[in-house]
Design a protein around this ligand. Sequence first.
Ligand SMILES: Cc1cc2nc3c(=O)[nH]c(=O)nc-3n(C[C@H](O)[C@H](O)[C@H](O)COP(=O)(O)OP(=O)(O)OC[C@H]3O[C@@H](n4cnc5c(N)ncnc54)[C@H](O)[C@@H]3O)c2cc1C
Length: 267
Amino acid sequence: MSLTAAPRIEPKLQLCVLHVVRIYDLTPHMRRIVLGGRDLENFDVPTNALGPYIKLLIPPNGIEPEWPTLSDDGRLIWPALDRRPVMRTYSVRHFDKDACELHVDFVMHGDRGVASAWAARAKAGDPVGLWGPGCTTTQNIDWYLFAGDQTALPAIAFILENLPATARGEAYIEIPDESEKQIFGKPSGVDIKWLLGKKETPVLQDAVKAASWPAHSRVFVWAGAESATARSIRSHMKTKHGLDRDQMYILNYWRRGQAEGGFGYLD
Ligand SMILES: Cc1cc2nc3c(=O)[nH]c(=O)nc-3n(C[C@H](O)[C@H](O)[C@H](O)COP(=O)(O)OP(=O)(O)OC[C@H]3O[C@@H](n4cnc5c(N)ncnc54)[C@H](O)[C@@H]3O)c2cc1C
């Protein structure tokens, strides 16, 4: 289960059905859904993972679907179209192995999205499938540059909470307004720059393009955003800074006007 050729680790993949344990809103547009289930005893998320992600298998129209199964070589075998769940990618915000609980934060972007609509209506006890996790990691980095819109906030928060205390760098996070800011732990050498973005303005890409880092640093750029922004940052890092694939992990987290599945993560 991989999204890119960047350096990564391959934890053991799980395919299981979890249940909603509790739900609460972190901010006006960010909802946390805590998922639980005994299968999480076998789930593992390395804490040095840079933005571990999972595939959620969302039941269509609230009915219990037929869940996919795993082939011997680890691929998903899907049931008929009208009975299968819809797959969407989300980040691990927090994993509590002792409690068998996985925290997933959803940007509430309205009813057009299967996952967003599911999160809006979910209630304790609802089933949801999980396939994952997938992870990337890196080592010997002097300077981290993180960039993301609100969909990448859960991943960036996970990473910052788990980076070594000596890590240095900057994190640019675009949110629609002040009420979407969150507080989380981070190394003292990493500065968070909150950017207030108006829809369809290039505030994130402009800030990242103006960013610099100490000369001769081994830098790693991590970004997740709407695909036009991600593409622009990727291209800037290649052409302006000469970074290659191993020095960056920049994903199209979503694409305006298209549902997940209709575009590649690296297009
Ligand atoms: C590795 C990875 C990790 C991710 N982690 C998270 C996470 O932790 N939390 C999170 O909220 N998202 C996360 N995302 C983004 C999420 O997968 C997409 O936003 C996804 O499209 C949501 O699915 P949906 O069913 O709600 O919408 P879809 O059915 O995929 O899309 C329906 C419509 O909604 C639009 N849309 C999708 N997302 C947004 C948005 N954020 N704002 C406005 N319009 C949107 C699409 O353009 C489309 O027109 C992650 C993506 C990746 C690749």
